[in-house]
Ligand binder design. Structure first.
Ligand code: AHR
Length: 496
């Protein structure tokens, strides 16, 4: 459009830190995420690997600055018995992955494999404990196994299995989707279960810095959050989870890459709900926890479509297009802007599953468009959030409207201000004037991610079809920064 939108960035008012953990990822035993994804086995001679983990994936994820990685589920977590995944690999029992395709796994990727992989990735592990089909004893044994330094039955076993030093895992999930695949519990029943698990899930770490995360609500199930906040003693909980996927219709999710503008609009409608969801769940948490001690942890989010034709429906393998760029850009801006309460989040899922950042095919590996957004945005990790104010413009389709623009801003430790801007409009570009309370803009440097068509994506044949480029469509006028955002684009700017 011709009009210019004024965007005010209150760069004197930074109060909250954008936790780097908002940029977390999720790796479940699901389809080709772990097996034939991250992990190709120690014996593999064709794909370069370290202890069976692909070197190309490690490199790509290190460049992304992944702050934490959630494992082993998801729904899988409440079926997983960690003791089956330690010790000599040839002696490990099998497990049938009952939620995801019913495939039989050999447990060759277990606790050591995952935690050592996190060390390679320079990321913090987030372990999801089994509440649905496990026991308190089993979970606290796991904590003792991973975190106890001195002598103890589990620490001794860990040492026998070749690991002297504890890993000191901080983040622990107490069950997953307890209202569904985690046991179909009521909020009242789960709160009691939670209290019991959480009581014993402390005291093993040296600094006893264990961070316990309760299985949270599905999207707008505010009642769930309300009951948990009311029933769980606040001394027993550090994080409250929330899951929300951008889905058109659970019974007709439609193709990931072959879609119309109607599908696009509906996906964005679902994705943009995140703003209302974190606002309302935060408000409930504020009521019970006015001092903001408990974090809101959105430990599953992303776009969910039909699987690619010809692939196992239980494996959730889908392509990743410019639509996913829009979902990631707007969602991350929402998390940044809610940094006061949202202190952790996990995109679902890292490799070959749902809104993946990496896809693999035998020895080939590609970075998806979503990878590039996550990378462009990592400048916000642990930076100070700067409040942003502006009047939005509408993106209208078939008589319905969505806010076209999404913005967040931060100042990093070196004093550099970064602004991330998204225009979800499928056909209109928008002009913005970025105005700062304090900074007089002298210059800028920017990166843009856009493409010719919304459906554009990267393939093994054409891996760089969607890739970031230098952003040049800006000018400095009287200390303000004027930018033009093309249709469906994400731009991240650093001020000079
Ligand atoms: O990410 C896929 C699945 O979605 C997870 O296993 C589950 O927690 C959620 O329903």
């Amino acid at each position: 459009s011709e009009a210019q939108q004024k965007v005010t960035i209150h760069d004197k008012e930074g109060e909250y830190t954008i936790s780097k953990h908002i940029y977390g990822h999720f790796a479940e035993h699901l389809g080709r995420c772990i097996y034939d994804g991250f992990y190709v086995g120690e014996e593999n001679k064709t794909i370069p690997n370290t202890a069976g983990v692909r070197n190309d994936i490690v490199e790509a994820l290190k460049a992304l600055k992944v702050p934490n990685l959630r494992w082993p589920g998801g729904c899988f977590a409440d079926t997983y018995h960690w003791k089956d995944g330690i010790g000599p690999k040839e002696d490990r029992p099998t497990i049938v992955n009952q939620w995801w395709g019913g495939v039989t796994e050999d447990n060759s990727f277990g606790t050591h494999d995952f935690l050592n992989m996190c060390e390679l990735l320079e990321t913090e592990p987030y372990l999801s404990g089994n509440v649905g089909s496990g026991t308190v004893q089993e979970l606290i044994d796991w904590v003792q196994y991973t975190n106890h330094e001195g002598r103890s039955p589990m620490a001794d076993l860990r040492k026998e299995n070749g690991r002297a030093e504890p890993w000191n895992v901080k983040y622990w999930g107490i069950g997953n989707e307890a209202w569904g695949c985690g046991g179909n519990m009521t909020a009242e029943y789960y709160s009691d279960e939670y209290r019991k698990y959480a009581t014993f899930l402390s005291g093993w770490s040296n600094d006893s810095g264990i961070f316990r995360i309760a299985s949270g609500a599905s999207s707008s199930d505010y009642e769930w959050t309300e009951v948990l906040m009311k029933n769980i003693k606040h001394s027993l909980i550090e994080g409250m989870a929330l899951h929300h996927y951008a889905v058109i219709d659970w019974n007709a999710k439609s193709s990931a890459s072959d879609f119309t503008e109607k599908h696009y609009f509906e996906s964005m409608e679902s994705a943009l709900e995140m703003e209302e969801l974190v606002t309302k769940h935060s408000a409930i948490m504020d009521k019970y926890d006015p001092d903001n001690k408990i974090a809101l942890v959105v430990d599953e989010w992303g776009g969910w479509y039909d699987v690619e034709p010809g692939t196992n429906p239980g494996f959730l393998y889908q392509q990743n297009t410019m639509r996913d760029v829009m979902i990631a850009g707007t969602t991350l801006n929402t998390f940044n802007n809610h940094a006061r309460r949202v202190k952790m989040a996990n995109l679902a899922q890292t490799v070959n599953v749902l809104q993946a950042v990496i896809l693999t095919d035998e020895e080939k590996m590609i970075l998806t468009p979503t990878y590039h957004v996550m990378k462009m945005y990592n400048v916000h990790q642990d930076a100070t959030l700067l409040p942003v104010e502006f009047d939005n413009v509408d993106y209208t389709f078939n008589g319905k409207s969505l806010p076209a623009l999404s913005v967040s801003a931060s100042r990093n430790k070196e004093g550099v201000v970064h602004v991330s801007l998204v225009n979800i409009d499928a056909s209109e570009s928008h002009k913005l004037s970025l105005q700062f309370d304090d900074v007089n803009v002298r210059g800028a440097e920017g990166t843009i991610l856009t493409s010719k068509k919304l459906q554009d994506h990267n393939t093994f044949e054409n891996p760089a079809k969607v890739a970031p480029k230098e952003f040049k469509d800006f000018s400095v006028k009287k200390g303000n920064l004027e930018v033009e955002l093309p249709p469906f684009s994400v731009v991240v700017i650093a001020l000079k």
